[in-house]
Design a protein around this ligand. Structure first.
Ligand SMILES: [Zn+2]
Length: 367
């Protein structure tokens, strides 16, 4: 799916030119396959170029309404849960920001409980040029890897740590955290889930998007916002969940975010039917997919080419060629292997992508 918009600056992509111009595989045996891989890789690069969300001035939101810059709480005065929606943990993921701004501009008030909205890494957003789809993820360190009390109480003084400390009081009594992200890796929006967590049940209840990624390792296990304190406490009912709303700067990502927020509010009786219908306009026409992200594949060269873009979720048979790393065919390590989380740029000896598999028990029509 290609987001609306265009690429005004025609930002170049490192590695793209090299992979287009060079011909590898001197044996000639896999020439057709290699050609196919060149085409898929070019399509992948092209898809990532398109920007649909223009950069906005965040100054009107700087004051917030609770004494924390760019943070808002709307208290119904009635008993009910505290829902915290966070966006822009990474400066180059504006879909969630657009959703939060839409709620602010609408003057949305919850029917019960409290709703808080936080625009997290404004410094990184300001550092982005708003055009480059890869933008500026963070200024000094990843805002979404500092959420342990050890780090927050430590000596670190980075831009991101200081911002996390500002926002920390807002998290203290949050019953639900919905952390909105966007990704360069996949065309479909998806929930980021760790096996065995309460977030799985919440994703089920929110319902959209239909795609859910289960990570057995990697960032889902890091000290992220949605893993912070009560959200990882086995004795707490609090739930933190991370939602990847689509590709960086894809216009659709705003609707994905708004629909998830509206559903979470609805589950908690915090939104009127009229507001729900006006806000939850996103539709996910993709089938229900549960995908288990299994093992990383590492590069040996800086020249990777793929036989399927990740959004196609094409399963490869065990031993089938799924990609080329320079001249070397990369073979699927198990039956039904999917090539997921493809890196934007490649260097030698880095993680190129993740192998995943469809959890067939959950594979089926939209829920
Ligand atoms: Zn992110």
């Amino acid at each position: 799916m290609r987001p609306a918009g265009h690429n005004p600056a025609g930002m170049p992509f490192e590695g793209a030119e090299a992979s287009m111009n060079e011909t590898a595989n001197p044996s000639g045996a896999g020439d057709a396959l290699l050609q196919e891989a060149e085409g898929v890789t070019a399509r992948l690069q092209e898809e990532r170029r398109h920007a649909g969300i223009a950069k906005r001035d965040l100054e009107p939101y700087r004051r917030g309404n609770i004494g924390i810059p760019y943070a808002f709480t709307f208290d119904s005065g009635q008993a009910g849960p505290h829902i915290l929606v966070t966006c822009l943990a990474h400066g180059n993921e504006p879909g969630g920001l657009e959703a939060v701004v839409a709620l602010l501009e609408r003057g949305f008030q919850p029917l019960r409980g409290r709703l808080s909205l936080a625009i997290c890494n404004v410094a990184a957003y300001e550092a982005s040029n708003g055009i480059d789809p890869y933008g500026t993820r963070f200024v000094e360190e990843d805002f979404n890897r500092v959420w342990s009390d050890e780090k927050l109480d430590g000596e670190g003084r980075t831009v991101e740590l200081e911002r996390a400390r500002e926002l920390r009081p807002l998290l203290a009594d949050a019953d639900f955290l919905l952390d909105l992200h966007a990704t360069p890796y996949e065309a479909s929006p998806y929930f980021v889930l760790r096996p065995g967590t309460r977030a799985i049940g919440l994703a089920e209840r929110i319902g959209v998007p239909h795609t859910r990624f289960f990570f057995n390792q990697g960032s889902a296990h890091a000290p992220t916002l949605s893993n912070y304190r009560q959200f990882s406490d086995p004795d707490s009912p609090a739930v933190g969940i991370t939602l990847e709303c689509g590709l960086f700067f894809a216009a659709e990502s705003k609707q994905v975010a708004l629909s998830a927020i509206a559903r979470l509010l609805q589950l908690n009786g915090m939104i009127s039917e009229a507001d729900f219908l006006a806000i939850a306009t996103g539709r996910d026409t993709r089938p229900r997919r549960d995908i288990v992200v299994e093992i990383p594949e590492f590069t040996r060269t800086a020249q990777m080419r793929f036989l399927a873009p990740p959004g196609d979720f094409r399963p490869f048979a065990k031993g089938e060629v799924a990609a080329f790393d320079g001249d070397r065919p990369v073979l699927a390590p198990f039956e039904g292997a999917l090539v997921l989380w493809i890196k934007q740029n490649f260097e030698k000896d880095v993680q190129a992508f993740m192998w995943g598999r469809m959890d067939s028990a959950a594979d089926g029509p939209p829920a």
